[in-house]
Structure formats: C-alpha cells, structure tokens
Design a protein around this ligand. Structure first.
Ligand code: DGP
Length: 113
C-alpha cells in the first residue's frame, strides 16, 4: 500500500529494529516505546484496522496471536505482558496498518483508558 509507513517497514524502504519475521508477519521495536519492551506485531498483508478484520483475513490475525507467546518469550517477557490495538480516531490509532502493541518488562499500570 502506497504511503503506508508500516508497508514500507515490511518492504525494507524504512529501517526498523525487527524482533521477529516470517512469511506472514513482522514484529519490530516501537520508535516511541512506552514500556521497557514495546514491539509492534503486524501482518504483511495491509489491513487498516481492527474494524476491518473479517473471514478473508482472520487467518493472519490468528497467526499473529499464535506467534505472540514465542515473540514475548524471545524478548524476555516471562512475567506477563499487555497486547493493545488502537482502532480509529477515538481509539487513538495513528498508523492505519493494523498493529498489536506488545508491551511489558515492568509492572504495567492497571488503567487502560
Ligand atoms: P498507534 O497510535 O496505535 O497507531 O501506534 C502507532 C505506533 O507506531 C506508535 O507507538 C509509534 C509507532 N511508529 C510510528 N512510526 C514508526 C516508525 O517509522 N517506526 C517504528 N518502529 N515505529 C513507528
């Protein structure tokens, strides 16, 4: 997708610090980390947001969630972590390529909104 920052990270035209990659997904460290460990897990397929998850793309979303435990372990998140996806304007989504924030490495705040 033209003009999508995360599609450019996938194709390598924007550099990133990758934590995991396979044929369907990439995980890379967030540019503005909000926790000691903060990576974004994204599908290589461009899906704009959680509101566009449907039967046609559910397999790659499921794949992300089956890989998150492995990615979390590889980053040393052995005592838990948080997975967040912001969706749309009121959800404060700033990059419209679906991504799951995987955060941890400290005791996280109990409040989420
Ligand atoms: P959200 O607000 O949920 O759409 O989160 C977008 C996240 O993407 C935000 O935490 C900062 C991160 N981000 C934006 N641009 C880049 C980039 O070029 N590289 C990396 N690594 N992260 C980025």
């Amino acid at each position: 997708m033209e003009d999508c920052i995360f599609c450019k990270i996938i194709d390598g035209s924007i550099p990133s610090n990758k934590a995991y990659e396979d044929d369907k997904i990439v995980a890379f460290h967030d540019l503005e980390p909000q926790a000691p460990v903060h990576v974004l897990v994204i599908p290589k397929q461009h899906i704009c947001c959680a509101d566009k998850i449907d039967e046609s793309n559910a397999d790659v979303i499921a794949h992300i969630f089956t890989k998150i435990p492995e990615i979390a372990k590889s980053l040393g998140l052995t005592n838990g972590y948080r997975i967040v996806t912001n969706c749309g304007k009121e959800g404060c989504q700033s990059v419209y390529h679906i991504h799951f924030h995987l955060m941890g490495g400290k005791q996280l705040n109990g409040r989420m909104a």
